[in-house]
Design a protein around this ligand. Structure first.
Ligand code: SAM
Length: 223
């Protein structure tokens, strides 16, 4: 349950300084960065760790609901920063414990993000549990709000039924447009997303299939 979770009232009340201490002005103590990439349900953080060197100038955030898992990722990032202190690496990734299905617009401004990842989300197989899925019409509107025009939603799963569900909902949403297989094949993040998450590695070990779908956030229709 998430009743003890803390949320900022609005994005300007969110204190990112402890998440990205290398991006704090030493004079004023103010946060100088901006989170641009979000990994929703980041699990053990494999994607964050592999995205970090790919986007050294961008701040990347994992959101994870499980306490121990979040703690694990936090420790993992601190250790990586220590190991790479001289090169100042891994200062651009962090993790936050939270329920991404709630209050996302409390953390992020409109159009703040350029990429949102949903890697191997929980499938919630039973019909009556479908409303618990991380991609629903209502939530897609929130994701569209925090994503900038031209930004991308990345999805990957080994569960065909969930893949079809996500495609159906994203196809049906007026603010998203599916990207082609050719686009997927040339995109560095798709490659990283296929191979770097802990769940993705497990699926590969079990020789399972991985279904990818990526969508571009298109412009709001003229009123
Ligand atoms: N993305 C990771 C990977 O590919 O290895 C983890 C996949 S795991 C099957 C799904 C993760 O989503 C779990 O770690 C779970 O705790 C987290 N999760 C589920 N619902 C969530 C929510 N509403 N907000 C944040 N995280 C959530």
């Amino acid at each position: 349950s998430d009743h003890q979770l803390e949320y900022p009232n609005a994005p300007n009340e969110m204190d990112w300084t402890k998440h990205y201490p290398a991006h704090v002005d030493s004079q004023t103590g103010e946060f100088t960065g901006k989170v641009e990439i979000a990994d929703i349900g980041c699990g053990f953080g494999g994607l964050l760790v592999d995205l970090a060197p790919e986007f050294p100038d961008k701040l990347i955030l994992g959101m994870e609901i499980r306490v121990q898992v979040t703690q694990y990722v936090e420790d993992r990032i601190i250790a990586l920063r220590q190991q790479h202190l001289a090169e100042n690496k891994y200062q651009n990734i962090s993790v936050l414990r939270g329920n991404a299905m709630k209050f996302l617009p409390n953390f992020f401004y409109k159009s703040q993000l350029s990429k949102i990842f949903f890697c191997f989300p929980d499938p919630h197989f039973k019909q009556r549990k479908h409303k618990a899925r991380i991609v629903t019409n209502t939530l897609l509107s929130e994701y569209a709000y925090v994503l900038r025009e031209g930004g991308v939603v990345y999805t990957i799963t080994d569960v065909l039924d969930l893949h079809e569900w996500m495609v159906e909902h994203l196809d049906g949403h007026p603010l998203f447009e599916r990207l082609s297989t050719e686009w997927e094949n040339q995109d560095a993040c798709v490659r990283i997303m296929r191979d770097s998450t802990e769940e993705g590695k497990k699926v590969a070990r079990n020789k399972g299939s991985k279904y990818v779908a990526c969508y571009r956030r298109i412009a709001n229709p003229e009123l």
